[in-house]
Design a protein around this ligand. Sequence first.
Ligand code: OAD
Length: 244
Amino acid sequence: MNMERRHIVFLTGAGISVESGLTTFRGKDGLWNNKSWRFLASTEGYYKYPQDFLDFYNWRRKKLAEAEPNRAHRLIAELEREYQVTVITQNVDNLHERAGSTNVIHVHGNLTKVCSTKSPHDPRFVEDYPLTEPIRLGDKAGDESQLRPYTVLFGERALRMEEAQEAALHADVFVVVGTSLAVMPAADLVRYVYKEVPKFVIDPKEVMACEAMGFEAIRATAGEGMAYLVERIKSGAIGIKACN
Ligand code: OAD
């Protein structure tokens, strides 16, 4: 742990974007209650039903274009004025960046980019693509294979995990916001945090994996929970120092 305690690391999931109008995956109204969508978000789903796969992702891309960052995204971004902040997110939205966060590690990719179907996460073929522009069958990536969204499908490896693990290892405060921690390997990141580091979990529901590991539970929505946490940080109660 750093002697100058100033590095706050967030691990976020779908719950942080609920107040922006986006949907979670599990639980009531979760996207994965629709079994066909859950299937489409897999490599097998893509190869068997490419048009349905693209329709599903184009719909999510359009919804994201209409969404705005919420209070929780903004409060995390504002912390950068005084602290070193790393955001590890499982979300494929760009709401952290649009709120102003500059150090965001997307472990499940990003809907604002596209990549090649043949070599999905090869950086040579990853490019920005407007959210409002649907990806069509026949659109080609740089290697001439079909273009697809730059997201991690079931059956594929998570991205940038080494950077995420490194950030968790060097956290002076670690905060989980809006994730059920149901999906590996992202869920395992909580194990990289040193025992003595203050740890919080902001979620209206119990997140077993955290509470069993000594996280302080803030049972609230992301916006309310972040406002409460920022107040605690600024009051000095958590013992983290501002950088300036
Ligand atoms: P989940 O749907 O599994 O979990 C969402 C969490 O957000 C739950 O713990 C909810 O209680 C919580 N929640 C709901 N409303 C909230 C609010 N207003 N404020 C704060 N929390 C709220 O979503 P993730 O954990 O993000 O992967 O799912 C992880 C991965 O599973 C996703 O990235 C996706 C999915 O399969 C892939 O597609 C590869």
